[in-house]
Write a protein that binds this ligand. Sequence first.
Ligand SMILES: Nc1ncnc2c1ncn2[C@@H]1O[C@H](COP(=O)(O)OP(=O)(O)OP(=O)(O)O)[C@@H](O)[C@H]1O
Ligand SMILES: [Mg+2]
Length: 402
Amino acid sequence: MEHFAVVQSIIRAGLAGDREALDKQVMRLCERLEKAGESKEVATLHRLRAAARDTQEMVPSRVEMSRGQVSGELLEPGINAPIDRETGARLCSIDFQSGDKRAPVYSGGVLDTVEGLLREWTNESALQAVGVSPTRTLLIYGPPGAGKTVTAHYIARRLNLPLVTARIDGLISSFLGTTARNIANLFDFANRYACVLLLDEFDALAKLRDDPQEIGEIKRVVNTLLQNLDLRKNFGVTIAITNHDRLLDPAVWRRFETQLQLGEPDESARESLIARFLQPIDAPNSTLRVFSYCLAGRTGADIERICTAAKRTLALSGESHDGPGLFHALSSVLARTPHHDHVPARILATDQEAFVSLIANDGALSLKQTEIGEATGYGQSRVSDLKKAKRHLLLMEASHAQ
Ligand SMILES: Nc1ncnc2c1ncn2[C@@H]1O[C@H](COP(=O)(O)OP(=O)(O)OP(=O)(O)O)[C@@H](O)[C@H]1O
Ligand SMILES: [Mg+2]
């Protein structure tokens, strides 16, 4: 049997309950299969990994760190956040992490980066033996809706620490000197308690810099921020988030030990997100692939919005909660959205039969006729007729002409 050695290693790791080794061996098998040109099998394995990730994340993790490893007093509910002395507005919100326990869904090596970072905290002594300490500063950047804020929440939850979130624009005051004092007060608060400090919408600083009237003030603000970020290293974990990485001051950028880029989900991440956001409906695999095909290029937040809208539509339509029901719901959700850059979404929004013809003819998608039937409700002979008629071609030509 081909690849038997890898299969044997997979079984060994599985029997020993070693998830890390198991994952490594599965990746090895994927590489071998990829080399042998078996990309369909590789895709299936990736989907299995993604689905397993979703359920594993429901069980308590061994990587959880005790609060003791970050210094500071215990931050309890009831403790008041610092305020802007001029306006009385709170400088941060405090979150004790009672929300979604699952990890966000990531593409490529992002999960490995996040998990690697968390592992540093459980292996602090190993790091200390070579004279380094765990990563304390992380910059997350990427487009809106990519999962940056949910990632920060996830990290704090895994570290078992409350999350103190400040928005830079909330710290900026129109009163001279107040901004710098707000920043100092915020950091004093975060350093006093064991917590993760999240500086969300960090690019507000960069926007300020573009305003010529603010030059003096922004210099002061950036300097205060840099000083506070440097001092903070001795206390706790700090995460900053920005949409516009290139606008950030290089001096600020350098302060962060790890930079994490989030983007649009790849195919397997899209399917996991769709499966998650369609819950409690258990969509068949073929439906996940059809949804994913239509939603290529969308962010996690878009996918969540579209899946929620599809569930609403389905619930009111009276159709059954299965592949065809979801297919019709997705079609009407897309039809209500004014413009689609992505051709499959545009075709499904206008003509369901043309869409069936499109997926039946798309070799890269490689959906079997039975799977197309399961996902759309069309009988096999109809799928076969639609495939031959190539009805989608007309619509595709119309899209090119636009
Ligand atoms: N990778 C992901 N995994 C799981 N959920 C996601 C992911 N990306 C987006 N979402 C969903 O989309 C919503 C928005 O995500 P989030 O607030 O983290 O985006 P963001 O990158 O911080 O966007 P913005 O720049 O607009 O603040 C979340 O509530 C979450 O449900
Ligand atoms: Mg955000």
